[in-house]
Design a protein. Structure first.
Length: 282
């Protein structure tokens, strides 16, 4: 939203959090929820470093968006190699299963269910409310919104746009890292988990909700998650379990349909105009 860079390396910070969570549980013998704190800090620092040394210099040189996208893709590819090397180290030297692993045995149990079932939705609501308060009730949040809408004008009015960009990248990387640390509590994880399954779903949810709307991202992610999981269950019941391997087709379909019909996303769309056009065509 701030620097207008589609970050294809966002999944990198999720995977970083995944392996911070694995290290926290299997090496340090701590709760995975402590790992989410470490992952937030490490993911935030990694994202900030990426912005400071790879993205910001190109923005100052007015590099095209395609060059920025390719930079994020290159960084993502580099980190996949790093994660695979670290997974090999854990497996060969420490005897820790570091591919296709789960950490659900380290979670607490409440009312017969794993704790993540309660923690995850509460955490999401708290984060959304916190971001809402930050953006609407604090001077920095207002400055951030100004930098998103009119960066040149915001700079003239005294807003440190570069600082706003840096903090937004840190926050985005930190939240992804924290989510990654909790991901193995429910889903099987590997070094390529973000690239193979999360990246497309994340972009589909963001596009569905609206790329420039935090509340839209939350709504789009919820809809996308439910559609992907329930859609896979229903299709596997009708067509057979072989369809599970093609689960990625659901977010791809949602993305294509949204870009064709509602490119602004469901929260930014002109619904009256869309209904009017559909009536005229019918």
């Amino acid at each position: 939203m701030t620097s207008k860079v589609p970050n294809f390396a966002q999944g990198t910070f999720v995977t970083l959090g995944v392996y911070v969570g694995l290290t926290t549980v299997r090496v340090w013998r701590l709760s995975p929820y402590f790992g989410s704190i470490f992952a937030f800090l490490l993911g935030g620092v990694a994202s900030y470093m990426m912005y400071r040394f790879a993205i910001a210099p190109q923005i100052r040189k007015n590099a095209p968006t395609t060059a920025l996208i390719m930079t994020t893709v290159a960084i993502d590819t580099l980190f996949i190699g790093i994660f695979n090397s670290y997974a090999d180290y854990l497996q060969l030297h420490l005897g820790i299963i570091s591919r296709l692993f789960l950490l659900n045995d380290s979670d607490f149990v409440l009312f017969g269910e794993n704790g993540i079932l309660y923690v995850a939705p509460v955490l999401v609501v708290v984060l959304v409310l916190t971001l809402h308060f930050l953006l609407t009730r604090t001077r920095f949040g207002i400055a951030m919104r100004a930098a998103v809408i009119r960066p040149a004008l915001a700079s003239v009015l005294g807003v440190n746009v570069d600082l706003v960009y840096a903090i937004s990248w840190f926050t985005a990387g930190g939240l992804a890292g924290a989510a990654g640390a909790l991901y193995p509590l429910w889903f099987i994880s590997s070094p390529d988990v973000a690239f193979s399954s999360l990246l497309i779903s994340g972009f589909a949810g963001s596009i569905l909700g609206g790329l420039l709307n935090i509340y839209g991202a939350f709504l789009g992610a919820c809809i996308m998650g439910v559609a992907e999981l329930l859609g896979t269950v229903l299709l596997s019941g009708w067509l057979g379990t072989w369809i599970i391997g093609y689960r990625i087709a659901i977010p791809l379909t949602v993305m294509v349909v949204t870009l064709l019909i509602l490119p602004e996303g469901i929260t930014n769309a002109n619904w009256r105009g869309l209904i009017r056009r559909l009536r005229v065509r019918s």
